[in-house]
Design a protein around this ligand. Structure first.
Ligand SMILES: [Zn+2]
Length: 504
């Protein structure tokens, strides 16, 4: 029996992560994400491709969610409450605490503000999360008599985990999103050396090699300082959790050092609430944050004030963190419309923006430019654009380091762009000698799994394995020779080979 991987999402793209792995009849779904670039049926993974899709609870042994980002958890309430899956679901404690915030925020934006058809309700989110079993890092969980799982720290965002799954003799690691270098608020991914048949890894930055963090931080602070010194407003669109805290810690320290009085705002209640969670879940943050925790909580941003809509057109410089990160709608878009036409203002973009978002359009735009928002609204963009190279994802070196460290028999790349994945596949195969695939969405790949066969062995045989002077060779071995009587019969046996005799 091999390992069958059905990639339902994040195959040669970033969005709606969902990989269904079948080993010995056990079926594990890794992540159940939503695609933020689509509003039609492509938003969700094609669940009907799962075998026995009329009864998902019977077909799927368990679901594992790696972290709270919507492209990893966004389809879960739909899958449990609308599609009817009622089996076990696992995620870490912080993910269980934070995922409902993200889901509810998304639902509100889509349904309450944009009038989209409701895919799942608040009630669905609550009921869905009740079915979740929270796990700790490095806690081995026996899902049923055959399946064992264990979570490892992934960096990336608060509570993110890589998951090790063992079914019989076959073992797989699904990384989810991870970061191999520590940042200010989170540590680097950490995993044990494991015996693995397969590693399924993200590959967002499959061909990117980053400069030192110090250079990137200095560059960011320089453009922000220059903008506010010139009286401009800085819009930092971010996800509510993650980059917001990372950049806020950076700015906060800089503001104190430079004694700057320009206000720093956080846009919505969500982010303030998120900071509270960081304070509670301090054990999941970086070593530095934990070490200084006794004297000062790094998430107490005393210079940071809550933003009010009436401040959008207020005079004077300021810095504003606003969601969502890729300016795909919501408050960051509302503010962008007001601030983008002025040259003195600055908009920072995340390192990665999904196609179809304003962030993505701005990445390749030459300023000044015009952006068509919808049929009636066009935005004149004259502000400065700064692309951040801060990312909670590992770069290509980190992916190579992890794959080399784990040395699995096979690698599957997901959560990346096709041409870059092709380059990384070549590199993994040529430099590490490990077979690598990067299937498209809705494609299944089969990986041969390890076969362990029980065999009797004599002391002499075991001795031969330990002693370098023993080697195998073909012989017409007959029972009753000078070897032990209980040595298994066969046409292969072992003998002492003196140096220089190997050619026998
Ligand atoms: Zn993520």
């Amino acid at each position: 029996m091999g390992i069958e991987c059905l990639v339902l999402g994040a195959g040669q793209e970033v969005g709606k992560s969902c990989v269904v792995v079948t080993i010995n009849g056990k079926r594990i779904m890794f992540d159940c994400g939503m695609h933020m670039g689509y509003l039609d049926h492509r938003r969700y993974p094609e669940f009907s491709l799962i075998p026995n899709s009329q009864d998902f609870s019977d077909s799927i042994s368990c679901i594992i969610i790696t972290h709270f980002h919507l492209d990893h958890v966004g389809a879960l309430p739909y899958f449990t409450e609308v599609c009817g899956y009622s089996g076990p679901i696992f995620m870490t404690y912080p993910t269980k605490a934070l995922a409902p915030l993200m889901l509810e925020d998304y639902r509100k934006v889509m349904v309450d503000r944009r009038g989209e058809e409701e895919q799942f309700s608040s009630e669905h989110i609550v009921r869905c999360l009740k079915k979740v079993t929270a796990v700790d890092l490095k806690q081995t969980v026996q899902v049923d008599k055959d399946i064992q799982i264990c979570a490892y720290y992934a960096g990336h965002v608060l509570g993110a985990a890589m998951f090790y799954v063992k079914v019989g003799n076959s073992a797989v690691v699904y990384t989810g999103d991870y970061n191999m270098t520590p940042d200010r608020h989170l540590g680097a991914a950490q995993i044990d050396r494991l015996q693995l048949d397969l590693v399924i890894t993200e590959s967002t930055y499959a061909t990117t090699y980053r400069d030192s963090k110090y250079v990137r931080e200095r560059e960011f602070l320089k453009v922000v300082h220059k903008c506010v010194a010139g009286g401009g407003k800085v819009l930092i669109p971010t996800f509510a959790l993650g980059r917001a805290q990372e950049l806020c810690m950076l700015l906060h320290d800089y503001w104190e050092r430079m004694n700057l009085q320009v206000p720093i705002y956080f846009s919505a209640g969500l982010t303030i609430q998120a900071n509270m969670y960081y304070k509670i879940l301090i054990n999941w943050t970086s070593q530095k944050v934990k070490d200084t925790h006794a004297t000062r909580n790094a998430f107490d941003f005393k210079n940071v004030i809550s933003f009010d809509r009436s401040l959008i057109n207020a005079p004077g410089p300021c810095v504003l963190f606003a969601t969502p990160g890729m300016i795909s709608g919501g408050f960051s878009l509302e503010v962008f419309r007001h601030w983008a036409p002025y040259e003195e203002n600055l908009v920072t973009l995340p390192g990665y923006c999904v196609a179809g978002t304003i962030g993505h359009k701005l990445m390749s735009a030459k300023i000044p430019t015009q952006i068509q928002l919808d049929e009636d609204v066009q935005i004149d963009v004259r502000c400065q654009i700064h692309q951040l190279s801060f990312s909670p994802h590992t770069d290509a070196k980190g992916i190579m380091d992890l794959v080399k460290f784990l040395s699995p028999k096979h690698v599957i790349l997901v959560h990346g762009e096709k041409p870059k994945m092709a380059t990384l596949k070549e590199k993994i195969e040529s430099e590490l000698g490990i077979q690598c695939r990067y299937p498209a969405n809705n494609e299944t790949v089969c990986i041969p799994s390890t076969h362990h066969v029980k065999a009797g062995a004599s002391d002499a045989f075991l001795q031969s394995c330990l002693c370098p002077n023993f080697k195998f060779f073909k012989t017409d071995f007959e029972r009753g020779s000078d070897l032990d009587d209980d040595f298994p019969q066969g046409d292969e046996c072992c003998s002492t080979v003196q140096p220089g005799e190997e050619g026998r």
